[in-house]
Design a protein around this ligand. Structure first.
Ligand code: HEM
Length: 408
């Protein structure tokens, strides 16, 4: 829908995403934009132009303003790559891609499973899962890839437990998940693995409808599907969302959080001396690393004013939570990693009605995983020089390390 005038006007806008200079730090352009041009245009992979919102206050405003939509079938909705664009137009959306009132209704069906109280009650189960995974890792020859052998199995086994995936099916699902998240799989391979997962979940929903057990899928099958409030296919899609939404992100935060601590040995030593710092340290890891930094995209449903700039109806917006998390107006010494930082109002889980539904669960998982890892492995270290590590980013994934070879 770009007119000739728009095109001329947009001829010299920068390309997004911008390059990083340090692998673990956001692009330095963010700091410049926050200062000089906090709401500015950029060109994305498909040639379309979007607004980049960089200040903490404005990012939060976009994410809490009902004039912005998450419905990805709107023309001009900013996508991360061709795969995402295709996916946005096939199949029915889940609540992550809905606006109210559908979003409210669908999200409301599972909110009770992800309260802070539920997450706290999960602690013993999560500790048991983490210890078991670590026991297995310790039997392997060193070096070991901490991402594949520790960080990824933690959120995976937790969500299998919550959804009620039977133990004997774990291996099949792990294989599908591995293909989906593997940076080197072709798009045909990952599409096939996603389809296998969907087919599996459809059979699981049938099984749980006939023989309900104590888990999320059984409860939704009885309360929502049998009463006609949710279709069978919608439950399959919702189960898929819950199964895959948090695995790569949580795994990344465990792996990148461990890497960040290894690169700040004085703070790692302090955390080992005083494990009660773990909750605060995890908040700082979430802020400093911001693993999910390309999810918070929106489209303006009306002309809206944000930070003095008019964003026109139909224009796409990228609310950069990684930039917000380094905003000096909110965080003093924002570029410093400080496990004692307080307060820490980071936007790593987003904000507003789409704020991560599982934020408290994810917090508990990362806290237990890292606390247990550094307690049980006092000699934990990288097995390769840090500058040899490979990273993955969009269109494959938000941001993450491809592998984290460690020894102990
Ligand atoms: C939404 C980050 C873990 C399920 C989000 C959003 C962010 C985020 C930034 C908001 C997207 C937006 O505003 O457009 C993270 C991070 C995690 C994590 C950093 C780990 C450290 C998880 C886990 C699950 C999960 C473990 C599931 C078990 C979801 C769902 C939504 C969501 C379903 C959509 C919520 C909605 O649209 O109402 N997450 N997430 N996340 N997350 Fe997470």
């Amino acid at each position: 829908s770009n007119t000739a005038n728009d095109l001329k006007e947009n001829a010299d806008v920068p390309t997004f995403p911008m390059p990083r200079t340090l692998p673990l730090r956001p692009p330095p352009d963010y700091a410049r934009l926050r200062k000089e041009n906090p709401i500015s245009k950029a060109k994305i992979w498909d040639g379309s132009v979007v607004w980049l919102v960089t200040r903490h206050h404005d990012v939060s405003k976009v994410l809490t303003d009902p004039h912005f939509s998450k419905v990805r079938t709107h023309p001009g909705f900013p996508e991360t790559g061709p795969g995402g664009k295709a996916a946005a137009h096939t199949g029915k959306p889940t609540f992550v891609d809905m606006d109210p009132p559908e979003h409210t209704r669908h999200r409301g069906m599972v909110e009770q499973d992800f309260t802070k109280k539920k997450a706290e009650e999960m602690r013993p189960k999560i500790q048991q899962i983490v210890d078991k995974i670590l026991d297995e890792m310790l039997t392997k020859a060193q070096p070991v890839d901490l991402l594949a052998s520790f960080a990824l199995p933690v959120p995976t086994l937790v969500i299998y437990h919550m959804l009620g995936v039977p133990y004997e099916d774990h291996e099949f699902l792990d294989t599908c998940n591995a293909i989906r998240t593997n940076g080197s799989a072709t798009s045909a391979e990952s599409a096939r693995a996603s389809k296998d997962l969907m087919d599996y979940l459809a059979r699981l929903v049938d099984k749980k409808t006939q023989n309900p057990t104590n888990d999320i899928i059984s409860r939704l099958a009885i309360e929502q599907v049998q009463t006609g409030k949710l279709t069978h296919d919608e439950l399959v899609a919702m189960s898929f969302l819950l199964l895959v939404a948090g695995n790569a992100t949580t795994a990344n935060m465990i792996a990148l959080g461990t890497l960040t601590l290894l690169q700040h040995p004085d703070q790692l030593a302090e955390l080992r001396r005083d494990p009660s710092l773990i909750k605060n340290a995890v908040e700082e890891i979430l802020r400093y690393v911001t693993g999910s930094q390309f999810a918070t995209r929106r489209l303006a449903l009306e002309d809206v004013e944000i930070g003095g700039q008019i964003i026109k109806k139909g224009e796409g917006v990228w609310a950069l939570n990684a930039s917000a998390n380094e905003d000096e107006d909110v965080f003093s010494n924002a570029t410093r990693f400080d496990i004692r930082r307080q307060p820490n109002p980071h936007l790593a889980f987003g904000d507003g009605i789409h704020v991560c539904i599982a934020q408290d669960l994810a917090r508990v998982e990362i806290q237990i995983a890292i606390e247990t890892l550094i307690r049980r492995l006092p000699n934990l270290q990288l097995a390769v020089p840090a500058d040899e590590l490979q990273y993955v980013t969009i269109p494959k994934r938000d941001f993450g390390v491809a592998a984290l070879p460690v020894k102990w």
